[in-house]
Design a protein around this ligand. Structure first.
Ligand code: UDP
Ligand code: MG
Length: 200
């Protein structure tokens, strides 16, 4: 397979399923030329979701940073909501909220394959905080929730969808949600165009 052809993991979160957005979301990926090679509806367990989201210091701090940024921009006090300004501790509190959110209802798990699929899908999905996500992206177009409101309500931001962030994450995430035999190989009609075969 060409080196730029990648596989990535995507999950439509419980809010996306409950709001009837599965078709809209699949349409956006299919229209962009991404091939669905695995697809199923799952009611995830707490253990599975805890394993799925990272537990390294760096990831907790990234979450803490995103929340701190959103709070500062909204003129709100991190200390008042979280009782701390330590980024790692804030990240750990949010992960608990996040796990509760993901197990609250069925999700749709999928594996998408395509040229630069990991970054391409992240671009289609948009920034974590729907309030700051660009119009045209799934998070920018399909919800008005925000990190700040999530924190005030002591819950995760309800942002419709998850997508892998790197090659390493994609491999780990695909292996958590899918068995090898559940991933399909087939040809999309437009592959000849992207792979330049129409020139031959
Ligand atoms: N999250 C949150 N508050 C935050 C940061 C993250 O509720 O301040 C939730 C949100 O649902 C997000 C998930 O945690 O999608 C994972 O966070 P990450 O930084 O990995 O964002 P993503 O990769 O989903 O954009
Ligand atoms: Mg992430």
């Amino acid at each position: 397979m060409e080196k730029t052809i990648e596989r990535t993991f995507v999950m439509i979160k419980p809010d996306g399923v409950q709001r009837g957005l599965i078709g809209e979301i699949l349409k956006r990926f299919e229209s962009a030329g991404l091939k669905i090679v695995g697809l199923k509806m799952v009611k995830a367990t707490k253990n599975m979701v805890e394993e799925f989201y990272p537990k390294d210091k760096e990831w907790f701090e990234t979450i803490g940073q995103k929340t701190t940024k959103a709070y500062q921009e909204a003129g709100l006090s991190i200390q008042e909501t979280f009782g701390t300004t330590n980024l790692e501790e804030i990240g750990k509190i949010i992960k608990k909220w996040l796990v509760d959110f993901i197990v609250s209802g069925p999700v749709v798990a999928m594996v998408l394959e395509g040229n630069h699929a990991i970054m391409k899908v992240r671009n289609i999905v948009g920034y974590t905080d729907p309030f700051a996500a660009a119009p045209g992206t799934i998070r920018g177009d399909l919800t008005t929730d925000s990190i700040a409101l999530g924190n005030i309500m002591a819950r995760a931001v309800v942002n419709v969808i998850h997508a892998s962030s790197s090659q390493k994450d994609a491999e780990k995430e695909i292996s958590i949600w899918f068995e090898k035999k559940e991933l399909m190989s087939y040809k999309r009609c437009d592959e000849d165009i992207i792979l330049g075969r129409f020139l031959k």
